[in-house]
Ligand binder design. Structure first.
Ligand code: EPU
Length: 419
């Protein structure tokens, strides 16, 4: 198994280029199921999750040429079944449920089961599809959805759900009549999916607000689309640069989608200068602690919580970091504590006290964003850090070690590390 070895303490300098957004590419690849003919998705990041999505589309019967940054998905017959082996590797596989039900009148998708960051049910996806007329039952660990043509309806989500909103937009796009989705997720990736659906001939309005209207159409066309850049990858490198110090320019940053993070970084004393389509990050002085509470967009993203916590370990004072989106997203804390961090978790809140330094250690990644936080910790720690189970990192960061090495980090991938 691969690991990442880092010798900490090197300030960063140079430019890092952000790749396409994983969490936009995944639903958009699934949206290809809504039409026949060949779609072309560009600016797709080279990631394990993209490989899994390509494999899933192939299993469903589509012809896929995945050569990131381009992925071509052909039309063709579909066997509407997403098997457990793929869904367990990637929960986002549930994004085929809406398109398959709407387009083929049948879907059999494995339930994702538990995952590292909580139970993460999909009840809202199912409730929404039922409102549109699908009959849903559970069968040996699979969700089976059956329907004639879906019929537009009002769906009120109990909480904003990103993939739930995307699944329902995709399903409603082919339904008869108007659907109104209420209490929707407002993430930029939701807006991007709506943009693609409209390119395909759908009539979606309101994406980016909490009420989305979808006027169903009879059929949708294939599309050609370049994915927006990844705000979480951008944010991760912003925090890495702030933590390690130096002078870094990050290219392809969707600044307007990162306002909550940028405000907290500035509050902590980091200098951020928007610069064309990028951001320059400089840290000269010490860091100040700030409190953070995660919430759905446009709030502080849960996908940046672990990385930001590392920065707060180095900040003067005590920072209170509250996680409100997922119930179990502090798995990085014990690993950071092993590196010398002083963090106490009480319920949904972590109290992060300033420490003079972190020390390198052998640590284990537990999920994607936790892994990124351990890499950042390694960049600032004294001595050597070995981050194990890097396959989590490879799910969501394209060549992270190469991008960081190019700006002066002493970081390398090592093969054959014990898990
Ligand atoms: N929820 C339910 N029922 C549902 C759906 C969601 O109770 O039917 C709950 C979840 O358990 C969670 C909250 O609602 O407590 C929000 O979950 P959401 O559905 O928004 O999460 P998701 O769509 O499964 C996406 C991203 C995640 C990101 C979250 C929150 C994709 C493929 N994944 O997940 O990304 O953390 O939104 O922003 O878009 C990552 O990239 O590392 C990652 C985990």
């Amino acid at each position: 198994m691969d690991g990442i070895r880092i010798v900490g303490g090197a300030p960063l300098s140079g430019t890092i280029r952000v790749s396409g957004a994983k969490n936009a590419a995944l639903p958009i690849l699934c949206a290809t199921l809504l039409s026949d003919g060949e779609s072309l998705v560009r600016n797709v990041p080279r990631l394990r999750d993209i490989d899994t999505a390509a494999q899933l589309l192939r299993t469903l019967g589509r012809d896929v040429h995945a050569e990131p940054p381009q992925v071509r998905v052909g039309g063709g017959a579909v066997t509407p079944e997403a098997p457990y082996e793929l869904v367990k590797q990637m929960r986002a596989s549930v994004l085929v449920l809406g398109p398959l039900t709407a387009r083929y009148g049948r879907a059999r998708v494995s339930l994702p089961g538990g995952c590292q960051i909580g139970t993460r049910p999909i009840d809202q996806h199912l409730k929404g599809l039922e409102a549109l007329g699908a009959r849903i039952h559970l069968e040996s660990g699979y969700v089976v959805a059956e329907s004639g043509r879906l019929v537009g309806a009002e769906v009120v989500f109990d909480m904003p759900t990103v993939t739930g909103t995307e699944n329902l937009m995709m399903a409603a796009a082919l339904a008869r009549g108007r659907s109104t989705l209420v209490n929707c997720a407002r993430e930029p990736e939701v807006v991007e999916v709506a943009r693609v659906l409209n390119k395909m001939g759908a009539r979606v309005s309101g994406a980016g607000t909490d009420v989305i209207h979808v006027d169903g159409v009879d059929e949708l066309a294939p599309f050609d689309h370049a994915i927006i850049s990844d705000r979480i990858e951008a944010g991760t490198y912003m925090v890495a640069a702030a933590a390690a110090g130096g002078d870094v320019r990050i290219d392809n940053v969707p600044v307007e989608d990162l306002e909550a993070l940028i405000a907290k970084l500035r509050g902590a004393g980091v200098i951020l200068e928007p610069d064309g389509n990028g951001v320059r990050i400089v840290r000269r002085d010490g860091l100040r602690s700030v409190d953070v509470m995660t919430s759905p967009h446009p709030g502080f993203p849960t996908d940046m919580q672990a990385q930001f916590m590392v920065l707060m370990c180095l900040a003067e004072g005590t920072s209170r970091i509250s996680e409100t989106v997922f119930e179990n997203r502090f798995m990085h804390v014990p690993e950071l504590v092993r590196m010398g961090a002083e963090i106490e978790v009480q319920g949904h809140t972590a109290f992060v006290r300033h420490v003079q330094r972190l020390d390198g250690a052998s640590v284990m990644a537990t999920d994607l964003r936790a892994s990124a936080s351990l890499v950042i910790a390694g960049l600032v720690a004294h001595g050597e850090t070995l981050v194990r189970r890097v396959y989590h990192l490879d799910r969501g960061y394209e060549h992270m070690e190469e991008k960081l090495a190019a700006v002066g980090a002493r970081i390398e991938r090592v093969r054959g590390v014990s898990p």
